[in-house]
Design a protein around this ligand. Structure first.
Ligand code: P6P
Length: 338
């Protein structure tokens, strides 16, 4: 076999760390299994109406749930008994999710957005599952707490996403580079397709919802206009690419280069995207691929979380592009303070 499965890759990565116990490998394996089941459901979602599912109970009499609730339930059921976690948190659930007492309690913490971008599913737009893994910080003999879930992003031991698109692809990092695996539906295995992904230092693509232009920071308005000017040496004008599904936008930019922005604006002072479920895992991945991620000022991975579902502005992608937008906004702030 001249291909490498995700399972094989995880084991070989783990062998590089003599102190590794195999728990993280087993956790990632369980996670990949859950996403294969979610992928099956996402890929037949368009058929729900055609196959006569009523929308509330299908031909088997099963309860047909909204896809993001289905994905949430699938992740919880797949991950709560593996013995590797002490606690979970999901974008779909207000509070932390404790591991049932009759299951073995592990040393890891899993935070996830079960199906980001799910509002796009009816238009057959790519959507994704995003995950973030930490080590617990409370004593092993105690019940895990919110403190275990509210750790800064630089404490992540692994992070990744699965994009359900023209193919299903899992991209992850465990702190030793970013690797992409494409699901081969013929035999249900994730196969290594993108070894050690490195994102270009500078790009020609910017991703932002320009419908919010009126509400943006002046420095950001000037930056976007700068990208639209003609200047051959700096590769301007850039191309505007915005799918409205973070996993799809960030994935494209990771591979081609680009900057994705969901800024604060006068209506949403903290932007829209969640620090723990979207921004931190994507920031860990992008930094491991040689890119940069911030809230416009602070390194994303250094932000000390205060609330489980807190939102933060995000500027993420090619390093030079993130530095440039930060400069535009900082300069405008200096002018405004005079
Ligand atoms: P807007 C999808 O709803 C999502 O959470 C992200 O995946 C995406 O980047 C963002 O919201 C799009 O938001 O306001 O541009 O529609």
């Amino acid at each position: 076999m001249n291909f490498q499965t995700l399972a094989r890759h995880i084991i070989e990565e783990e062998r590089k760390y003599p102190e590794a116990t195999g728990e993280l490998s087993s956790l990632l394996h369980d996670l990949s299994l859950a996403t294969k089941v979610i992928s099956l459901e996402v890929n037949k979602a368009g058929l729900v109406d055609i196959l006569g599912f009523t929308g509330d109970s299908n031909v088997h009499g099963e309860q047909v749930k909204k896809l993001d609730i289905y994905a949430h339930d699938m992740m919880v059921k797949a991950m709560d008994h593996g013995g590797h976690l002490c606690v979970m948190a999901s974008e779909e659930e207000e509070d932390i999710i404790h591991i049932p007492p009759h299951f073995h309690i592990g040393k890891y913490v899993l935070l996830f957005d079960p199906l980001d971008g799910s509002s796009n599913i009816d238009a057959n737009v790519s959507i994704g599952t995003i995950f973030s893994i930490y080590r617990r910080i409370t004593p092993d003999d105690q019940v895990a707490t919110m403190e275990d879930c509210l750790q800064p992003g630089h404490k992540q031991v692994a992070a990744g996403y699965v994009i359900y698109g023209s193919s299903t692809m899992l991209v992850y990092t465990a702190g030793n580079g970013v690797h992409g695996f494409t699901l081969d539906p013929a035999f249900g295995e994730y196969i290594l397709s993108h070894k050690k992904i490195e994102t270009p230092k500078k790009s020609k693509i910017y991703s932002i919802n320009e419908g919010n232009y009126l509400y943006w920071h002046t420095g950001l308005k000037k930056y976007i206009k700068y990208l639209q000017e003609e200047d051959e040496e700096s590769g301007r004008p850039y191309s505007s690419r915005y799918i409205g599904s973070m996993v799809a936008d960030v994935h494209r930019n990771l591979l081609y280069g680009g900057i994705f922005m969901y800024p604060a604006d006068s209506r949403n002072p903290n932007g829209k995207l969640r620090l723990m479920y979207e921004c931190n895992p994507m920031a860990f991945i992008i930094e491991q691929a040689g890119g940069k991620a911030s809230d416009g000022k602070r390194r994303m991975l250094d932000i000390q979380p205060e609330k489980l579902h807190q939102r933060v502005p995000i500027f993420i992608g090619s390093e030079d592009d993130v530095k440039t937008v930060e400069k535009f906004m900082a300069e405008e702030e200096v002018k405004a303070s005079k």
